[in-house]
Design a protein around this ligand. Structure first.
Ligand SMILES: Cc1cc2nc3c(=O)[nH]c(=O)nc-3n(C[C@H](O)[C@H](O)[C@H](O)COP(=O)(O)OP(=O)(O)OC[C@H]3O[C@@H](n4cnc5c(N)ncnc54)[C@H](O)[C@@H]3O)c2cc1C
Length: 359
């Protein structure tokens, strides 16, 4: 009889771990209650590396690059499990742009920093920018194309992973657990994102809130861009991610004082609308389909906490602003850890992501 695994948390991290573990023979239950503010369903879905590269966050960028390499195999595996992946990828490249000279200086510093990681987004002229994103306004001053840095529809991704999990025999419940000891399983994986401290006492995870918009395109409006557009716009950041029927515009980022306060703030929404319609004036013709906000589970050094807490419990939380991108690599590390026990796991990331590194 195979061993029983309980995965707590049905976001992208928990769902992907449950699917992978079940494929490897674990008798898996995924505990996936619906809690307001979960990051997976609100995210922009960018698989961002160059767009997320910030001086001082080298380890995070290395983790993001390693995760990006897992995506082709992930999509192939989902297809191999009979899951339709046609709606998952929504863009293949990212255009990084800046507005005024101060924004251009900021973007230039990021581009220089990326060279140390052998990433060289290509400078592009106005014509090239407009052929990828016809709606770009005249305020755009500088642009670089990060080829191969795409985006997924996060909701389609979660649905596909859940479908794969179902085919692999995962049982899904909506039960919310308050104590790990109450779970009837041989091994437990805690993947509760921003709610990690509720189950793992003292887990160094805080929540960063973000507003995000979904705009739908009426037939008369210009089409969405072919690429992700990430802008440094008059000192703020804004991005536009294509969807089949419109775009996602995101996102604000600030510390969430209270995790229960998931209502979008008027100021955040208005900043996004102002910046996005200056960046792409044609978006003014789109319809506001959804105003959302969610929580990014954040750790003191920006890297997630992935690893063993004790003989029965593994944790996979704290994926910050990159959890969609890094989910496949996280699932690989966790399932390797579960399968290898009692031998040590093989992934070189295990030591760097050790959940006890702040103790
Ligand atoms: C506005 C915004 C935009 C973002 N854009 C991007 C992006 O473009 N690209 C990217 O890679 N990342 C992005 N992110 C980050 C990404 O969404 C998160 O890193 C990711 O969702 C983390 O996944 P998770 O499964 O750990 O957590 P979540 O998605 O938050 O899921 C945690 C789950 O745990 C469940 N849970 C909580 N407590 C319990 C309990 N006691 N028992 C059972 N279940 C419980 C919750 O119901 C929830 O479903 C964005 C986040 C935000 C907020």
């Amino acid at each position: 009889m195979s061993a029983r695994l309980a995965v707590v948390g049905g976001g992208v991290i928990g769902s992907m771990i449950a699917w992978r573990a079940a494929r490897n023979g674990w008798r898996t239950t995924l505990h996936a209650p619906d809690i307001d503010g979960a990051g997976t369903s609100v995210a922009g879905g960018m698989l961002g590396c160059a767009g997320e590269g910030r001086p001082g966050e080298d380890a995070l960028l290395e983790f993001a690059l390693a995760a990006r390499d897992r995506w082709p195999a992930l999509l192939a595996d989902l297809e191999g499990s009979g899951v339709d992946t046609a709606d998952i990828m929504v863009a293949a490249d990212t255009l990084l742009v800046a507005a005024d000279s101060s924004d251009s200086g900021h973007l230039r510093a990021v581009i220089d920093h990326l060279a140390a990681f052998d990433m060289r987004p290509e400078p592009v002229d106005r014509n090239r920018m407009r052929s990828a994103a016809a709606m770009l306004g005249s305020g755009v001053r500088r642009g670089y194309l990060a080829s191969g840095e795409g985006a997924v529809d996060n909701r389609a991704l979660l649905a596909a992973v859940r479908c794969g999990a179902h085919s692999a025999g995962v049982t899904v419940t909506t039960e919310k657990f308050c104590r790990i000891d109450d779970l009837d399983a041989d091994q437990v994986v805690v993947a509760t994102g921003s709610w990690a401290p509720d189950l793992i006492e003292g887990a160094p995870v805080t929540a960063e809130k973000g507003e995000i918009l979904r705009l739908s395109r009426p037939p008369s409006a210009p089409p969405p861009p072919d690429v992700v557009v990430r802008a440094r716009w008059r000192g703020r950041s804004v991005y536009v991610v294509p969807r089949r029927d419109g775009v996602v515009v995101g996102a604000t980022q600030y510390e969430a004082g209270d995790r229960a306060d998931t209502a979008p703030r008027v100021g955040g929404v208005s900043d996004l609308l102002i910046d996005a319609t200056e960046l792409m004036p044609g978006l003014a013709e789109y319809r506001v389909a959804e105003i959302g906000s969610g929580l990014r589970p954040t750790t003191p050094d920006g890297l997630p906490l992935v690893g063993r807490c004790d003989d029965r419990t593994v944790v996979a939380v704290g994926h910050g602003r990159n959890g969609i991108l890094t989910a496949p690599l996280t699932a690989e590390i966790v399932v390797d850890l579960l399968d290898a026990a009692p031998s040590p796991p093989t992934s070189p990331w295990v030591a760097r992501l050790d959940p006890r590194r702040f103790a």
